[in-house]
Write a protein that binds this ligand. Structure first.
Ligand code: ATP
Ligand code: MG
Length: 826
């Protein structure tokens, strides 16, 4: 999400009686107040935020403290002028319940740290007579780094800086912005200014208009991002007509910089509150209906339970899922939530084979096993209504997935289970800790190590695929590469290859996996995409990276370290023929990057994904009746409020489907919402066409059929293979829709299921015989770069007669290094 799109609320919890020991996480620069409103808030004994209290009730002086005068490098004593609580400290040390007004609008940049300005935590140490002591801590450094004293009313009144009588030209900086605004408003006309000052002022206003900080802060008073530039422009007009020389000169002295923006901002706020009450009201009601804050409160039944959360934390292949599944099987009633259909199927088969009756529930299939109390489902399908003894949420680190993360978050927050087992790497451990502290669940952490360490083979394949061995899994990051590698290996060696990639149906992937796992056939090498990183039980001895770059839709970029680790970790499996795992690369040039990736610790994730339920979108739609569904989603993204530990999941693919369905009349908002989640590849025009047809037929309230023929035999070339993949996807979407919409709308589910099974089988057979280059490859022209590569290839490599890929990672790293050097020099 672009920087500055989301408003978030932050709350400070203070002790009920005297604020002592209040520990506050303050994720951004924000209004902070010890104003009169505090008493009201304390009386109410509830959380409060700026949104609950009229802005004026907040002391602007605390705003001063942080926005104007607080220098993180040089934390001096700072005074505030409004009244503070003068009650003596009480002995009660109750840290719960009350809060006073600190609130903020956080510009969510996606990379959470960048929103932290200079303060992460503020600690109110105590109230002594008329002094409030505040400690400002830097959470990142884990220590108290700044100490600020705040003085009370009487003491303040003796100080020059706040003594009104002495406020003169030099003291504009210290004057109350409310007064400054009132002076501006009451002024008949502006004082004369020099041309150069005038120009500097113009520049300062232009900095204000472009300031992300100011636009962000303005959210707190419900000036929306889209209205902010207009508000600044009107404010400029107002200001230029009325400003005094004294005020103008002070601002000009500050110059076109952040300091000037921070000085003007509170005056701007006063202006907005008075001038734009309608806009503020409208935006406020819009943001309130797009409120995604406090998501744990969305599940009151789960909150009423005392849940025990067990985090099985460790690298791949360390036994996390195995142990969690033991508890699942022992439970009277259990649910297993999988990241993939494939894995849900695996668990369904495994658990039933062990004599525990278990049903299967995915978007596409519902297999109800009689008398079963257990269910294996995909995480999106988890029920938050049913009560379970044990739930397992696998691959919990996916809660930070930009697209699907919300499903894991929902499962964690909403599952009604006495015991919830989370399996995953440590990247989301801190987020889970935070969530558990909000939900009040007990968290137990169980750490795992790999059974046998992963060994890196330094020799690599020396750029030659003829060096593959039995038990190898060659990993490539595009469909084209996968088929090239398979073709090469089968042409120049005695090995046969199984193939696994994301566009294959789970049934076909499983068939390929069991073919590879079976030692009694000739298929002893696996060629796979990153789809191999999760879910399948594979007997891999060595993972060989054919390349370590991946096309990101725009250009080739290095594969992220976490993904490299996950994939490499698939090598070696306890109890299999290959208990010890090896990993290496095709090219020597890539080896360094592989080793770097394996050495890197898991990146800590700061936020979990969220996405609104249909009801939330519906509520929001009530505020914007005349926009398309796609625009509605866009606006929701712009206006929704989120707490600091959450981000709004990306939904470009949903918007793309929404746009396509715009021309279909007669669909309700709810219909559109669900059609948009149908599992189709938005880059596949044929699949999109079928989805559009499904929606059109459905909108006419006619039973939807498939209207698609099925090939009789397996694919003879890549085009036919692609066609099979696409057809399976369309059938899968039909099945998915048949489970979402009311009975009778998609009545041919049984027939479609059979068709899908047929196609999955045809795909499996096709892959066994596949010995062609990919369709896209055949039609591609050789670019100058490739020609150059093939010309510059060492002679020795030509003898096997195929074009081997060369390492891109080194070139990429070199380029990045050059860019870094350039930046440093600049
Ligand atoms: N205690 C055990 N006894 C027998 N086999 C085990 C045991 N623990 C794990 N295994 C086997 O080791 C393999 C890896 O275990 P598991 O799938 O639980 O690892 P994981 O940590 O969940 O890995 P990933 O992160 O890749 O999902 C599996 O085939 C599993 O059956
Ligand atoms: Mg696992």
């Amino acid at each position: 999400m672009a920087r500055g799109q989301t408003a978030s609320l932050f709350r400070i919890y203070a002790s009920r009686n005297n604020f002592s020991r209040a520990k506050i996480l303050l994720p951004t620069r924000i209004f902070i107040s010890l104003s009169q409103s505090k008493n009201r808030l304390l009386e109410n004994n509830r959380c409060c935020s700026l949104f609950d209290v009229p802005y004026r009730q907040f002391s602007t002086n605390f705003l001063d403290l942080f926005t104007r005068r607080f220098d993180p490098e040089n934390p001096n004593e700072v005074r505030i002028s409004k009244s503070v609580d003068k009650r003596p400290p009480s002995s009660a040390q109750d840290d719960e319940g009350s809060s006073f007004g600190i609130a903020g609008a956080n510009k969510d940049s996606g990379d959470s740290i960048s929103t932290v300005d200079f303060v992460e935590s503020v600690k109110f140490v105590g109230v002594l007579e008329n002094r409030v002591e505040v400690e400002i801590c830097n959470v990142n450094e884990g220590s108290v780094t700044h100490s600020v004293k705040v003085e009370g009313e009487e003491e303040r009144s003796n100080k020059d800086v706040y003594d009104k009588k002495k406020v003169g030209k030099v003291n504009v900086a210290f004057r109350d912005p409310v007064e400054l605004y009132q002076e501006l408003r009451n002024a008949q006309k502006n004082d004369k200014l020099r041309r150069s000052d005038w120009e500097t002022l113009q520049e300062i206003f232009s900095v204000l208009a472009k300031s992300g900080w100011a636009a962000n802060q303005a959210l707190a008073i419900y000036i929306g991002m889209s209205f902010f530039p207009t508000a600044v422009s009107k404010f400029r007009e107002f200001f230029f007509k009325r400003c005094s020389a004294e005020l103008a000169i002070h601002i000009v002295t500050l110059g076109p910089c952040d300091e000037a923006v921070k000085f003007m901002f509170p005056i701007f706020v006063e202006y907005c509150i008075e001038e734009f009450p309608h806009e503020i009201k409208r935006f406020r009601s819009m943001t309130e209906s797009a409120d995604l804050t406090k998501p744990h409160t969305w599940f009151p039944f789960a909150r009423a339970m005392k849940r025990k959360i067990i985090y099985h934390c460790g690298p791949t292949n360390s036994g996390k899922t195995y142990n969690a599944l033991q508890c699942f099987m022992e439970a009277k009633k259990g649910i297993y939530c999988s990241p993939l259909r494939l894995l849900a199927m695996e668990v369904f088969d495994k658990v039933n084979a062990l004599g525990v009756y278990c049903s299967l529930l995915t978007g596409q299939e519902k297999k109800r096993v009689p008398f079963s109390n257990h269910v294996a489902c995909t995480v999106e399908m988890v029920s938050t209504d049913e009560l379970y003894d044990v739930a397992v949420i696998d691959e919990i680190q996916m809660m930070a997935d930009p697209y699907r993360g919300y499903a894991w978050t929902r499962a964690l927050l909403g599952l009604k289970a006495d015991e919830i087992h989370l399996c995953g790497d440590p990247s989301v451990l801190n987020v889970v800790r935070k969530i558990c502290s909000e939900t009040g669940d007990e968290l137990y952490e169980q750490n795992y190590d790999r059974f046998k360490p992963l060994v890196v083979e330094a020799k690599t394949l020396l750029g030659d695929l003829c060096n593959v061995r039995s038990g190898d899994c060659v990993v490539a990051f595009s469909r084209r590469e996968i088929f090239e590698v398979k073709l090469t290996i089968e042409k120049y060696t005695k090995h046969r290859c199984c193939v696994i990639y994301g566009a294959l149906p789970p049934e076909t992937r499983r068939q390929q996996a069991s073919l590879f796992n079976d030692p009694d056939n000739e298929f002893d090498v696996l060629v796979a995409s990153d789809a191999v990183g999760m879910g399948l039980n594979l007997n891999i001895k060595r993972v060989v990276f054919n390349s370590l770059t991946k096309y990101n839709g725009d250009k080739n970029v290095p594969v992220p370290a976490s993904q490299v680790k996950q994939i490499a970790g698939r090598a070696g499996r306890r109890g299999s023929r290959y208990p010890e795992g090896l990993t290496t690369t095709l090219h020597l040039d890539d080896l360094g990057y592989l080793i770097d990736c394996l050495k890197q610790p898991f990146d800590e994730v700061k936020k979990a994904g969220l996405f609104p339920f249909f009801e939330q979108v519906e509520l929001f739609a009530g505020k914007l009746p005349n926009v398309t569904f796609s625009q509605l989603l866009e606006k929701f993204g712009e206006n929704c409020r989120l707490d600091g530990s959450y981000f709004l999941c990306k939904h470009d693919h949903i918007k793309k489907i929404a746009n396509m369905l715009e021309k279909v009349r007669g669909l309700s908002l709810e219909d559109r919402f669900y059609f948009c989640f149908a599992p189709v590849n938005i880059r596949d025009p044929k699949a999109m066409h079928h989805l559009l047809r499904f929606a059109s037929v459905y909108s006419h309230k006619v039973p939807v059929n498939v209207a698609m023929g099925i090939p009789k035999g397996s694919a003879r070339n890549d085009e036919e293979l692609l066609d099979l993949e696409c057809k399976h996807q369309v059938l899968s979407a039909y099945l998915w829709l048949s489970n979402q919409f009311k009975e009778g709308s998609f009545p041919y589910a049984k027939k479609v299921e059979d068709m899908a099974t047929n196609i999955a089988e045809l795909l499996g057979q096709s892959l066994l015989n596949a010995c062609w280059k990919t369709a896209s490859r055949q039609t591609r022209k050789i670019g100058p770069q490739q020609k150059e590569n093939s010309n510059s290839r060492p002679k020795g490599q030509q003898k096997v007669g195929y074009n081997r890929s060369t390492s891109l990672i080194k070139a990429h790293m070199r380029k990045r290094q050059e860019e870094d050097t350039k930046e440093v020099t600049a």
